[in-house]
Design a protein around this ligand. Structure first.
Ligand code: SF4
Length: 418
């Protein structure tokens, strides 16, 4: 397996394969298609594209490959390989392909029920070498699906609203292996953080509690981070367990600061609850990182300033600020399809890609840049370096560099938006 975020692809290896599977998110689709066409041109391999973007947008993906695998690939990848090996017809659910001018789809596939799989991290070429880098955190994914239905979210469209979970023992073993993989090396990592990458880990409360108890009982001493909705901030038992298990930070999908925006995108959330939730999480000794979206219909000039002020006022530790993104297949995409500036998917990663209702695209991009600049100002940097723990200082410095590169990226796009 190769990931272009980890290393270069060894082409001699890939080009003599019988089947090549390619997967990517929306922003990487142009690169994924480029690779698919290169492989088709230079080898005899059957090229299969899968993953979130291709599944939700298979009529596009199918133009660049032989087959698209729809939905989760855990089981269909094996079924596909076996069918090719034995020459059986590719007629099982979850396949799309082109036949002449027609696009054939065998329909949706039932998602796998058993997701108790610990990934073999050694299968990813050069991952072990990169795993020591401080920007590459150990990761474990414990559940799939989310019962909510926010209009812009592709997670729920791809994984469904029914939450499927791994067993606590299986998750703890995966955490153990992930830590060993990332830490056993000549020069140990400075920042020892493991990210539980679930989109909504707390959706199944009893299960979440049992996982946290299993982590505590395992005796693993590590620093964890996880994404969360605001409701977790009202659950004192959960917060105590999170603290005991070693969770130092919750990345909260705050998204907006106005109730109108929550309503516009059907996000079950409100400003007052978010503020109360943040305060209670912090009372339990856990930091809150803020994930924000700009570009709702009611956003006007000054939205960036308000966001930065909120972050400072509520001692939010670290932010991700993105313009509203529109993943094909989501209700947000359907609603705003005609207001998109372009469909260059490579820009669908936080850049402004639509004409917002009450602010120009150019000004909105400037608001995002301004908010980041203010949050990571010299004054706030000095304050962070004087008051935070060593781990938090390192994280802050890393964030400063990362935010700087994000801002330069956004700035490069300004002339086009103008
Ligand atoms: S709560 Fe989070 S994961 Fe669930 S639908 Fe909304 S944005 Fe997606």
């Amino acid at each position: 397996m190769y990931s272009e975020s980890i290393s270069k692809v060894i082409w001699e290896d890939v080009l003599d394969a019988d089947i090549v599977f390619i997967s990517f998110f929306t922003f990487a689709a142009p690169r994924g298609y480029e690779l698919a066409q290169y492989i088709k041109k230079n080898s005899k391999a059957i090229v299969v594209i899968g993953g979130l973007h291709a599944s939700m947008n298979y009529t596009e993906a199918v133009l660049y490959c032989d087959y698209v695998l729809l939905g989760e690939g855990d089981e269909s990848v094996l079924e596909f390989i076996n069918a090719i090996k034995t020459g059986s017809p590719l007629d099982f659910p979850g396949i799309a392909y082109k036949k002449g001018d027609r696009i054939i789809s065998t329909g949706e596939r039932k998602p796998p029920e058993n997701i108790n799989t610990i990934p073999d991290r050694n299968l990813l070429y050069n991952f072990k070498k990169m795993a020591g880098h401080n920007t590459i955190w150990a990761q474990v994914h414990a559940s799939r699906g989310c019962p909510h239905s926010c209009d812009y979210c592709a997670v729920v469209r791809h994984f469904g609203r029914r939450v499927r979970t791994r067993t606590p023992d299986n998750i703890v073993e995966d955490i153990r292996q992930a830590i060993e993989f990332h830490d056993r090396r000549r020069f140990p990592r400075i920042l020892k953080i493991l990210w539980i990458t679930d989109d909504n880990f707390f959706a199944e409360r009893d299960w979440a509690i049992s996982v946290l108890k299993a982590i505590i009982a395992s005796g693993i001493k590590y620093t964890f981070t996880i994404q969360a909705r605001y409701e977790v901030g009202f659950d004192d038992e959960m917060l105590s367990l999170l603290k005991q298990a070693g969770f130092s930070q919750l990345a909260m999908g705050i998204e907006f600061l106005e109730d109108d925006s929550f309503a516009q995108f059907h996000k079950a959330s409100n400003y007052d609850d978010i503020v109360r939730s943040i305060a209670n999480i912090q009372k339990h000794g856990i930091n809150v990182r803020g994930l924000f979206i700009m570009g709702a219909d009611n956003h006007t000039k000054g939205v960036g300033y308000r966001l930065a002020h909120f972050v400072e006022q509520h001692d939010i530790r670290g932010v991700l600020i993105q313009s509203m993104y529109f993943i094909p297949g989501t209700p947000a995409y359907e609603a705003k399809n005609t207001q998109l500036i372009h469909k260059d998917w490579s820009k669908y990663r936080g850049h402004v890609v639509h004409h917002p209702k009450n602010i120009s695209a150019y000004d909105l991009q400037k608001e995002i840049i301004g908010a980041s600049r203010r949050i990571y100002s010299v004054k706030n940097t000095i304050k962070a370096l004087l008051t935070r723990t060593w781990n938090e200082k390192l994280l802050y410095i890393g964030e400063c560099f990362w935010q700087r590169s994000v801002r330069s990226d956004l700035k490069r796009e300004l002339p086009n938006l103008k």
